[in-house]
Write a protein that binds this ligand. Structure first.
Ligand code: SF4
Length: 374
């Protein structure tokens, strides 16, 4: 069943609302909750556009933004409408991203009733000072309470998102956050490096030297320390930033992206990939709403990938996961005969079961390795 599920398309819904913007975040979202009713109507119209698109989906993923900021009425209406118009495989992974202080016994029960079976909780840190620095709207206590409520509500597939390379974060502080995270025995942990994108408030603070980001060598040390720490506690490091307690907890939805399987994304800024074609919606909610008012679709761009582009993307995506690439496909790239032995000797890749797979050190430079074959 699991293998079959992975081959079916996934469905992503972008819920672009946050109570307030975090100063480091460049994901598209707005704090204007007055737009929620109009956004909901527009998403329903977009669902109808794709009603015949897939016979069934293997995953449902509510991402954002902060999906848990929409109220119960909107959540029920959206999920109900999705099920009226699409079908999902039995046992489909259904994830919702959540902010700790949006969760209560009541809404967790509602999310369970609506069929969600996986929660991805944005904790970011179990350190009070760092949470304040990041201007998160939850406290450490609220994050811990949320995890307890999630378990109490019967969710047996929990991802905890945490972040390293935060200004002022020492190794000890990071290990302490990692230890606290694994003490809750989450089925999955995502550990992201804080990277600043142009246009965010933190980017400007770094530019005028108000905040100081860690050196590259410190970032590498955080990465390697994380991999070692979680491996020793039984977690599989299966993708650059992702760790699962067992193969069955590997994120099915995100694996669709990494394996080039099809997915449909609905809502502002959502991307889709079907039949070797990728398309994406306009980012802004207002523009998204206007496109429907004008009788258009919200699709802003589209590209059909050539065989060469597909091969190249596969190379980049495959080197982000420990599944790597099968050796036959790998050998079709230029300079393999010269570069592969060097990568093996440098302990960046190894050959395992007929596949070229990145080592932990290789995952650290996952985005650079494929460039050697271009
Ligand atoms: S809650 Fe998440 S999506 Fe919203 S601004 Fe903060 S980091 Fe970005």
């Amino acid at each position: 069943m699991a293998a079959e599920i992975k081959l079916k398309p996934g469905l992503y819904i972008h819920i672009p609302f946050c109570i307030k913007k975090c100063p480091y975040c460049d994901f598209y979202s707005t704090a204007d909750s007055r737009l929620i009713p109009a956004w909901l109507d527009a998403v329903k119209r977009e669902i109808l556009l794709y009603r015949e698109y897939s016979s069934s989906f293997s995953t449902l993923y509510f991402g954002g933004g902060t999906p848990t900021v929409i109220n119960e009425h909107a959540m029920r209406e959206l999920v109900g409408f999705l099920h009226e118009n699409f079908t999902f495989l039995p046992g489909a992974e259904k994830t919702i991203e959540a902010n700790p202080n949006d969760l209560s016994r009541e809404n967790l029960k509602m999310l369970r009733d609506l069929g969600f079976n996986r929660i991805s909780l944005g904790v970011q840190s179990f350190d009070r000072e760092l949470l304040e620095f990041l201007e998160r709207r939850h406290t450490v206590y609220e994050a811990e309470q949320a995890i307890e409520l999630i378990r109490e509500a019967g969710f047996s597939n929990l991802n905890i998102d945490i972040m390293y390379a935060i200004p002022g974060q020492t190794r000890d502080k990071w290990i302490s956050t990692l230890s606290r995270a694994v003490s809750f025995k989450p089925e999955h942990v995502s550990c992201y490096q804080l990277t600043l994108k142009e246009g965010t408030p933190f980017w400007n603070l770094r530019k005028n030297s108000t905040i100081c980001m860690p050196e590259e060598t410190d970032e590498e040390a955080f990465f390697l320390e994380t991999a070692k720490f979680l491996k020793h506690r039984g977690y599989l490091h299966y993708e650059v930033s992702n760790f699962a307690r067992d193969m069955k907890y590997v994120s099915v939805h995100n694996s669709l992206y990494w394996k080039h399987h099809p997915y449909l994304g609905l809502g502002p800024a959502a991307h889709s990939f079907f039949n070797n074609t990728r398309w994406w919606n306009c980012k802004s909610v207002k523009q998204y709403l206007k496109s429907f008012e004008d009788g258009n679709t919200p699709v802003e761009g589209r590209e059909e990938l050539t065989d060469d582009q597909l091969r190249l993307e596969s190379l980049f995506l495959n080197f982000r996961t420990t599944g790597g690439m099968d050796i036959e496909s790998f050998q079709t790239f230029k300079r393999v005969g010269t570069v592969l032995p060097i990568l093996e000797k440098s302990n960046l890749v190894k050959i395992k079961d007929g596949r070229v797979v990145p080592t932990t050190k290789g995952l650290l430079v996952a985005d650079s390795i494929p460039c050697l074959f271009l």
